[in-house]
Ligand binder design. Structure first.
Ligand code: FE
Length: 175
């Protein structure tokens, strides 16, 4: 049993406010949408194609305002290259949108996208609070050789990988 006293001490040791300030004080940087965006994507959490043998990836996190409030029902629209570095420009493979839950949480299940000429591994996304402006950006992967050679790469946009194929990223959007 954890006493109130222990909870208070644990809270004092854990710099939660500092962590939050890092996560949600600053808007997520914007990036170009690139040439492969398509609207009207399917509503779905998993983009994994049946039969794909590519390594799986789960990215989850929260959509927050710069005031650190969760954005209930935020729209997240993801798209990325397939396991060979190609975008589906005819259909909607590796494209999908979803809405954050009441706590602003989202979860994307997909594959690890391949690099393609000129670009390091990345995932495109548009995030929008209900009634707010669209924030277009890209997410990157830690410890990729190509990160420093890609002129668009920004360390603030790196997915925080907890395990090999599970990562987290919180978006901070204008509301
Ligand atoms: Fe791209």
């Amino acid at each position: 049993m954890i006493s109130r006293r222990h909870v208070v001490i644990a809270g004092a040791l854990l710099p939660v406010s500092n962590l939050l300030a890092q996560t949600c004080g600053v808007l997520t940087p914007r990036q170009t949408e690139g040439p492969f965006f398509k609207s009207n994507t399917p509503l779905r959490i998993t983009l994994i194609e049946p039969g794909s043998k590519a390594p799986r990836l789960v990215v989850s996190g929260q959509v927050l305002t710069s005031g650190c409030k969760p954005v209930k029902g935020a729209l997240l629209d993801f798209w990325h290259a397939d396991e060979t570095g190609d975008y589906d420009t005819r259909g909607f493979r590796y494209r999908g949108h979803q809405f954050a839950d009441a706590e602003g949480r989202y979860r994307l299940e997909t594959i690890v996208p391949a690099e393609y000429p000129g670009r390091v591994r990345h995932i495109h996304v548009k995030v929008q609070a209900p009634g707010g402006p669209v924030l277009t950006t890209q997410l990157y992967f830690p410890n990729e050789k190509g990160n420093q050679r890609d002129g668009l790469f920004r360390p603030e946009l790196v997915i925080k990988m907890a395990e090999r194929n599970q990562g987290g990223f919180d978006f901070v959007v204008p509301a």
